[in-house]
Design a protein around this ligand. Structure first.
Ligand SMILES: [Zn+2]
Length: 287
């Protein structure tokens, strides 16, 4: 049997030239630790999964079966097709008078269509921006009327938050909304069931650019977005002035990486066959 005696350990460390007792040994250890920290930073900056997903076996089980893209039970779009080099730009919380027109100008001059999750009360304030957004080939989804967290409301108030937004949109456009993103992505099974009963497709996101944080610069927003994108990413941006500053570089950077831009409806229509058929069945049943 092999036992390691103190003599043996000593002779081994002498052989490899590595010992924690020497200054050189400590230096090597320090360098390795720094390297590990740098690697962790790099992985964190370039990750396309949350850490929670990465270590969750249930997530990987669903992902291997292609169930991480769209859930037919709740009509929830979580991710686009991983086999297609396409991404969806989504802008929440508008239409803001200070930024929507600039964002639309940039999208138009770059021949890009995006999806806007608008708040009902701002639709009422800026109906012309709602009309222009649609006229230029973009999509609009429901983001509640007052931006209240849907899971903190009574069923009656929740219903009102969602329906008042649709009424505002209908008054302006003569059309109904079919996509919905819950404010703050706050939901629970009851909220999802209520949204489903109203006929909406719920839209999540995969890439948060952190443009909601007023301390972040346009440079940060650009880098964060470009680093964390993959095939089928749904990119969460906001209808804010700083996002408009970052947007031309985000579009150019994504194009340079070979991505094309799709709306959420196009992303749903491009899902792998089984998911796409389920999404179509739901949409047809509603309309
Ligand atoms: Zn929001």
């Amino acid at each position: 049997m092999l036992t390691s005696s103190p003599t043996r350990v000593r002779s081994l460390s002498r052989f490899s030239g590595f010992s924690l007792r020497t200054g050189r040994g400590r230096l090597i250890l320090l360098l390795l630790a720094l390297l590990a920290v740098a690697l962790a930073f790099w992985i964190n900056e370039h990750r396309t999964l949350t850490w929670k997903q990465a270590i969750n076996p249930i997530y990987w089980y669903h992902r291997l079966r292609g169930e991480d893209l769209y859930d037919p039970q709740t009509a929830f779009l979580m991710h686009g097709n991983r086999a297609l080099p396409e991404v969806a730009l989504t802008f929440d919380d508008g239409p803001h008078i200070e930024s929507r027109a600039r964002i639309l100008d940039i999208l138009q001059s770059n021949h890009v269509h995006a999806t806007f999750f608008d708040v009902g009360r701002r639709m009422d304030e800026n109906p012309a921006l709602v009309r222009r957004t649609l006229a230029e080939g973009n999509e609009i989804g429901n983001h509640s009327y007052w931006h209240n967290r849907l899971d903190s409301l009574s069923p009656r108030d929740r219903h009102r938050e969602i329906n008042d937004t649709d009424i505002a949109f209908y008054r302006i456009t003569g059309r109904h909304l079919t996509l919905l993103r819950p404010p703050g992505m706050r939901y629970n099974p009851t909220v999802l069931a209520d949204i489903h009963a109203l006929g909406y497709t719920v839209v999540g996101y995969t890439t948060a650019s952190r443009d909601f944080d007023p301390t972040e610069t346009a440079d940060f927003i650009v880098n964060r977005t470009l680093n964390r994108v993959e095939n089928g990413s749904i990119i969460l941006l906001h209808d804010y002035p700083e996002t408009a500053v970052a947007l031309p570089r985000i579009i150019a950077g994504l194009r340079a990486r070979g991505y094309r831009f799709v709306t959420i409806s196009e992303m749903l229509a491009h899902l792998p066959d089984r998911r796409r058929r389920a999404a179509e069945r739901y949409a047809n049943q509603i309309n």
